[in-house]
Design a protein around this ligand. Structure first.
Ligand code: FE2
Ligand code: FE2
Length: 385
């Protein structure tokens, strides 16, 4: 008889990475419903949505570590299901519900979520199908009250931590250890080099400590400003981290790297002649590709143009150009002004960054890079046009 069967709980999500908010919700669901099974179902994450999510095997390993840390490891009813990830495409929740319905005929099915997800439920594919086969099991998260709402649900007793994975990932990109992750998960991330850890470790070896610190400052500002600049956070952090990856090369090594590139690049030939130190931007883009395995053209463009700028540069390149000048580690007063302005009006701050760089260049009395001047002129045309 169906009503005598124990419930089955489905917990879908990206778990990129799994944090206390996930595990506390799951623990409460286990206490309240005493289910026959609780399935974590990590989704398939498309690289285009979030640039480079942690791979499924990595998310599964982090989930296992988090389960053990939360005291849920080794419990037979707690499982990690490859159902969605194995399909190598976006799987809709109704499909997942249908799968577990077939697997557990007659058992009461529950779909676990935080109250932050409930408001969007009506926009999911086939909400009526989901509700015909499963009950929503909802835990209260801060800022998302459990109103009566349009759809029926079972409330979970208790209050649960916030679940902002974007903010957690932003900290991870910069090498921090977010408190909302269990220490074993932070350790695992460090060991595996997820969330740009591999890139940071390699970068640290190629730069002086001061330059590495400058790169982290630049990446912190780039990640924070990414939405204002119309760029993706992870791309912003990566491009900003690597922008000076060729800056500490000896002049002869820098020249050696650049000469083959200069055959096809008049601007680089001129740079090598007039201001060879600026060629580190071109060499940086090359090294990002060959040493760090970066293939994303926007990231490579941002590195190549960070020192001079250029007319028509894309949003990510503008962001890195600005952050290189205006990050927390810069001591001159204009840096703070440009930084504060960038959070209010990014385009105005970008023009200001170009202005500040030109003023310093003119004040130095030497050669001024034509690309920087062309950038200035293109921005004036844009303003008046
Ligand atoms: Fe640089
Ligand atoms: Fe820099």
């Amino acid at each position: 008889m169906a009503e005598h069967k124990k419930p089955v709980i489905i917990y879908g999500g990206s778990f990129d990475p799994p944090h206390r908010g996930h595990l506390e919700l799951a623990a409460a669901a286990l206490r309240q419903l005493r289910p026959a099974a609780l399935y974590f179902v990590p989704g398939f994450l498309t690289p285009f949505k979030d640039f480079a999510p942690a791979p499924y095997a990595g998310r599964r390993a982090m989930l296992r570590a988090a389960l053990a840390a939360a005291g849920l490891g080794g419990r037979a009813e707690v499982k990690i299901s490859p159902f969605e990830a194995a399909r190598r495409r976006v799987v809709y929740t109704w499909e997942t519900v249908a799968h577990f319905r077939r697997r557990h005929p007659g058992a009461p099915l529950y779909f676990l979520m935080g109250s932050d997800c409930l408001a969007g439920f009506g926009r999911w594919r086939r909400p009526d199908f989901i509700l015909a086969h499963a009950r929503l099991l909802v835990g209260l998260r801060p800022g998302h009250a459990l109103g009566r709402g349009e759809y029926p649900f079972t409330p979970l007793a208790g209050r649960f931590p916030e679940a902002d994975s974007t903010a957690i990932r932003e900290q991870l990109f910069l090498g921090r250890r977010p408190a909302r992750l269990y220490p074993v998960v932070n350790d695992l991330i460090g060991k595996k080099g997820f969330y740009l850890g591999r890139e940071r470790a390699l970068l640290k070896k190629t730069l002086t400590p001061a330059r590495y610190a400058h790169s982290l400052h630049t990446a912190a500002l780039a990640a924070a400003l990414a939405p204002a600049a119309g760029a993706q956070r992870q791309k912003a952090a990566l491009a900003a981290l690597l922008h000076d990856c060729a800056r500490d090369l000896a002049p002869a090594a820098l020249r050696r790297l650049c000469l083959p590139l200069a055959r096809r690049d008049a601007a680089l030939r001129e740079t090598l002649k007039e201001a060879p130190v600026l060629a580190h931007a071109w060499a940086g883009a090359l090294r990002a590709r060959t040493l760090f395995g970066v293939t994303d053209p926007e990231v490579l463009e941002a590195i190549k143009l960070h020192a001079t700028g250029a007319p028509g540069m894309g949003p990510l390149a503008r962001l890195v150009y600005l952050c290189d000048l205006a990050n927390q580690g810069r001591a001159f007063g204009e840096a703070g002004l440009v930084r504060r302005l960038a959070f209010i009006d990014f385009e105005a701050a970008f023009r200001a960054a170009n202005y500040v760089k030109l003023v310093y260049a003119f004040a130095g009395g030497g050669w001024v890079h034509p690309l920087s001047v062309q950038l200035w002129n293109s921005l004036q045309e844009k303003k008046s046009g």
